[in-house]
Design a protein around this ligand. Structure first.
Ligand code: SF4
Ligand code: MG
Length: 376
């Protein structure tokens, strides 16, 4: 199916007192239109850094994108964008490698691919919210405690829809709150964030993120701070709104159970790199990377052998300062080999659209090649 976002070889580093530290290294994946992609891994694996890079919200000035590409593929909003007053410019969007004429001669503005890295900050601000919205684990970081919900929601509208009247904005905001399952939007909209429960705040934040009807929603651990019942409600809400709006979603979570239930595709990250990625069904049927296997075994309900006695993966994710050379999982991997301590494993396609970055799989490939070399 059609792609809406392609991330290729993304590399991000942080400038710290201990020098330049690699936080994300060579991350690639594709988000299909209308589908949900999960990014999984323990905290400190680079999931949030990857998401923040996509929408240019890396902490400044320490965070820096070193290389890679993030392409937003022609999406329904880019057309309205081309004529948007804020962007009333003859300059075409920066295009990806495909020249216009190879795109069937279509106008790059309307159907072209937009490179989001190094995009002009003004254009990025418009993309953010209008095409790509992000929600965070703790809504209080996104909501301003000193303003009522109404003021904050109307601000979103006035940035993205400057032509709307205040009355229209209020009506739409109230409507959005109703859509995210708030029964008494007229009352809630007059509240300050601290007057609401965690679950309510999360709903308000989702309403704000979706007010612009974005093409892509990035949800970074949207339910981690909530209790289990509310968690399930929020995830259900996101998937309902996704279906209704035809949105594509990137769902970031440390919980593989959440991935299993909500995503079509998954990326498992470790130490700022992709350990394994595949369709969710394939990934759970044939987990191949030792890290993925370890994660699955730590969830009894998902473990290949139920009642497994295997503990959760021993040890912790190394900090950026102590990231090992070679395979970044080598300090915790039960299958570690000599080569793993020296050379970083490359992503290998071990089945159709199923990638794993592990020397175990590279080895299989090499053996196969050796045999073919013996053929006459
Ligand atoms: Fe383990 Fe080596 Fe594979 Fe890394 S490359 S996951 S250390 S076997
Ligand atoms: Mg995070």
């Amino acid at each position: 199916s059609q792609k809406i976002l392609t991330v290729s070889n993304l590399a991000v580093s942080f400038q710290t007192e201990s020098g330049t530290l690699s936080a994300v290294d060579g991350v690639s994946f594709e988000l299909k239109k209308g589908s949900t992609l999960g990014i999984a891994g323990e905290s400190g694996c680079g999931k949030s850094v990857t998401a923040l890079s996509i929408i240019s919200l890396l902490p400044k000035p320490s965070g820096r994108i070193d290389s890679g590409s993030v392409i937003l593929h022609g999406c329904r909003n880019s057309q309205s964008f081309a004529g948007h007053s804020m962007l009333n410019s003859k300059q075409p969007w920066p295009l990806s490698g495909t020249p216009d004429h190879e795109n069937g001669g279509k106008n790059g503005n309307e159907n072209g691919n937009i490179e989001l890295l190094n995009l002009d900050p003004e254009k990025m601000r418009t993309i953010r919210g209008r095409n790509i919205s992000m929600i965070f684990q703790e809504p209080m970081t996104a909501l301003n405690p000193v303003y009522k919900i109404k003021k904050q929601m109307l601000e979103v509208y006035s940035i993205h829809f400057p032509d709307m009247t205040r009355q229209q904005m209020t009506r739409d905001a109230t409507d959005m709150l109703k859509q995210v399952g708030i029964a008494n939007p007229d009352k809630i909209i007059e509240c300050y964030p601290h007057q609401l429960s965690g679950g309510m705040r999360q709903r308000v934040m989702i309403a704000m993120a979706l007010a612009t009807k974005p093409d892509i929603l990035i949800a970074d651990e949207p339910t981690t701070a909530l209790d289990v019942t509310v968690q399930a409600q929020i995830l259900e809400l996101i998937s309902t709104l996704q279906r209704e709006m035809g949105m594509s979603v990137i769902l970031i979570t440390h919980d593989l159970g959440v991935i299993a239930e909500n995503c079509e595709d998954a990326v498992v990250m470790y130490g700022g790199r992709v350990a394994e990625r595949a369709g969710v069904k394939e990934l759970f049927k044939n987990p191949s990377h030792p890290y993925t296997k370890g994660l699955l075994n730590s969830i009894p309900a998902l473990a290949a052998t139920p009642k497994t006695t295997l503990p959760a993966i021993r040890g912790r994710v190394p900090s950026l300062e102590e990231m090992p050379i070679g395979c970044r999982f080598s300090t915790r991997c039960p299958d570690v080999m000599d080569i793993c301590l020296k050379i970083s494993p490359a992503e290998t396609e071990i089945a159709t659209c199923h990638f794993s970055a592990c020397h175990l799989h590279e080895k299989t490939f090499k053996v196969a090649n050796d045999f073919s070399n013996l053929q006459p």
